[in-house]
Design a protein around this ligand. Structure first.
Ligand SMILES: NC(=O)c1ccc[n+]([C@@H]2O[C@H](COP(=O)([O-])OP(=O)(O)OC[C@H]3O[C@@H](n4cnc5c(N)ncnc54)[C@H](O)[C@@H]3O)[C@@H](O)[C@H]2O)c1
Length: 282
């Protein structure tokens, strides 16, 4: 029997998670606060399936069947019979805690509640429920249908069974998992990229090497697809500054302290591709 998944939030990540899960055979209910948000989400899923079908990577009837497995709702009660719930709403702790507290009362006792948060401690979200041992992080990457990684995050009280269920879910939708055994700020992936970007920004600031040369070193020396400063421009210098500040505050580890030049770039609005200028000009 197909398992049932509820996805809370039909934005970029929630719709991607719903898409890969329906394609893998899960019955999915997608929940958002407005019909307009749900329509945007399902239109995005249809457009993505159309692209895969157009490229010959997915049979039209399989796309049709997957779409048929997705229902939508503006009611949280729609998650009542889900085996797994994945939350992918705005990155605001109060919003997430409110949703988890409400979900805790609606879903079955054995249901696991997962968050796609990229930075909020899972333990803080879990503490809003009476089932912290059944709360876990499932950090997918964007675009979800293309990116193979899912970072599984154990909160302070997450049980082995919950972690195993989350792994089973993520693997069933085609992802490879890594496990973050302690609920640290930035988990593993954001800590790694922050450390690299901060060091690259310091080398650039102090004139040790140019942005181009630092990025070339990572691409040709380590085989990275993209250098750290080009990555900062793509992600947003402001986003990486905020992430690094947060990890620095939580860990008190100086290697995550962003250099002042990065702060001044953000003050000036030079935040990367989205503003036309960052470490490079676009
Ligand atoms: N965008 C990325 O690259 C990325 C990558 C990894 C993780 N994340 C994380 O995933 C989460 C979602 O990010 P996103 O980029 O998809 O955001 P988004 O802004 O595209 O979508 C958020 C959706 O949540 C909905 N929402 C808000 N409150 C809700 C509620 N109470 N109930 C149901 N739906 C509600 C909004 O209407 C919106 O459709 C965030 O925690 C983010 O940090 C994002």
């Amino acid at each position: 029997m197909a398992k049932k998944l509820a996805v809370i939030g039909a934005g970029l990540m929630g719709s991607g998670i719903a898409q890969v899960s329906a394609q893998a055979g899960w019955d999915v209910v997608l929940r958002d606060v407005t019909d307009a948000a749900l329509t945007r989400g399902t239109d995005g899923i249809k457009a993505s399936f159309d692209k895969f079908v157009g490229k010959g990577k997915l049979a039209a009837e399989d796309a049709e069947a997957a779409l048929g497995r997705i229902t939508t709702s503006t009611e949280l009660d729609a998650a009542a019979d889900a085996d797994v719930v994945v939350e992918a709403v705005f990155e605001k702790i109060e919003v997430k805690r409110e949703i988890f507290a409400a979900l805790d009362k609606v879903v079955k006792d054995e249901t696991i509640l997962a968050s796609n948060t990229s930075a909020i401690p899972i333990t803080k979200i879990a503490a809003a429920t009476a089932r912290p041992e059944r709360v876990v992080g499932t950090h997918f990457f964007s675009p979800v249908p293309m990116m193979a990684l899912c970072e599984l995050v154990r909160g302070h009280l997450t049980s082995d069974e919950t972690l195993a269920t989350a792994r089973g879910f993520a693997e069933s939708v085609g992802k490879t998992c890594i496990v973050v055994n302690r609920d640290v700020a930035g988990f593993v992936t954001t800590r790694l990229i922050s450390a690299l970007v901060v060091e690259a920004a310091k080398l650039q600031e102090s004139g040790v090497a140019s942005a181009e040369d630092i990025d070339t070193a990572c691409k040709l020396g380590f085989g990275h697809a993209m250098g750290p400063l080009a990555t900062a421009d793509l992600t947003g210098v402001d986003i990486l500054l905020h992430a690094s500040d947060n990890i620095h505050t939580e860990s008190q580890d100086g290697k995550f302290a962003p250099p002042e030049s990065m702060r001044r770039m953000v003050d000036a609005g030079d935040i990367g591709r989205k503003s036309g200028r960052g470490y490079y000009t676009y």
